[in-house]
Design a binder for this molecule. Sequence first.
Ligand code: HBI
Length: 358
Amino acid sequence: MSSNLLKLLLISTPVGPLGSGIGGGVELTLLNLANILQERGHQVTVVAPEGSILESINVVEISGNLQIMAQSQDRDTPIILPPDSVLEKMWDYARQVQNNYDLIINFSYDWLPLYLTPFFHIKVAHWISMGSLTTAMDNIIKKIVEQFPKAVFFHTKTQAETFNFSQKNFIFLQSGISLEQYQFCAKPKNQLAWLGRIAPEKALEDAVSAAKITGIPLKIMGKMQDEAYWDKINQDYPNAPIEYLGFLSTNELQKHLRDCRALLMTPRWVEAFGNVAIEALACGVPVIAYRRGGPTEIVREGETGWLVEPDSVEGLVEAIQKLDKIDRLCCRKQAETEYSLEVWGHRVEKWLFEVIQS
Ligand code: HBI
């Protein structure tokens, strides 16, 4: 393998198989990263829970019990691992094969991989996929950042700031998507979109409330993560003009998304990035988002969407009424300029070499 081509081991999130949607944005991030690095000539192998599906990428499936989702835990929850933990087994596999690789990239938001970093004799890099959630994760991330400053990276500045690090010079890798999978639409139907895991931290109820107030139908797509939460929304807003279209493939998702006047992003938590925002822009769909987390670094106010007061449904409604001020072609152009796989792949590759040389 010539020196500028790397042998990379990408270790996935332990909360669910790739393709199940349980891993949310991290699934798209890992898949796109694996594809673009392989296209650039690197050798990529993915380690993931059994049942993971990746086309044309070498995947090693590991059996075992899935990890509890970090965002469902309290801030001071102790570190827990289920018996026969898939997380433990993925990292035991990595330990056994580490000599065949130049670098391991971790995508799980869990304590164990971070703690194991100094025990490996090849470099381990960590893609932190969410903001600060628990004390145990904050502490171990801080510890690894101090020991291996180049080896930890984030999607955005706002995400990194939730960890209150003393050092400031971090690497923000944003994200990227394969733009040819998204078709631009100049003339949408009179409908709005909401995309994401259907779970409390995503505050779907605010978008449903805005749809009810404006009378504009809301198309909802994403993994049905919390049925009780979904049922409560339907009980609280019985006559809202909403339709749940399911957890769709990228191609199916963009066929509905492109026909929408805007994407509503209503995160109750600090969204690390918001892949759904750049998927919308790629279709020419403006983004209306709470001024919180990753979307604040994506949306160009008044040009490709609107940022509104966090948790303000009125703010969402006002922004919906200003949508005709947005040129949909500007949305597509921003995706092409900032979020193509080529732009992102170059940025990530540059960082990989920095980590290996650090
Ligand atoms: N929780 N424990 C744990 N580990 C993860 O890797 C994880 C998670 N919750 C959500 C999640 N990953 C992804 O959906 C987000 O990173 C996008």
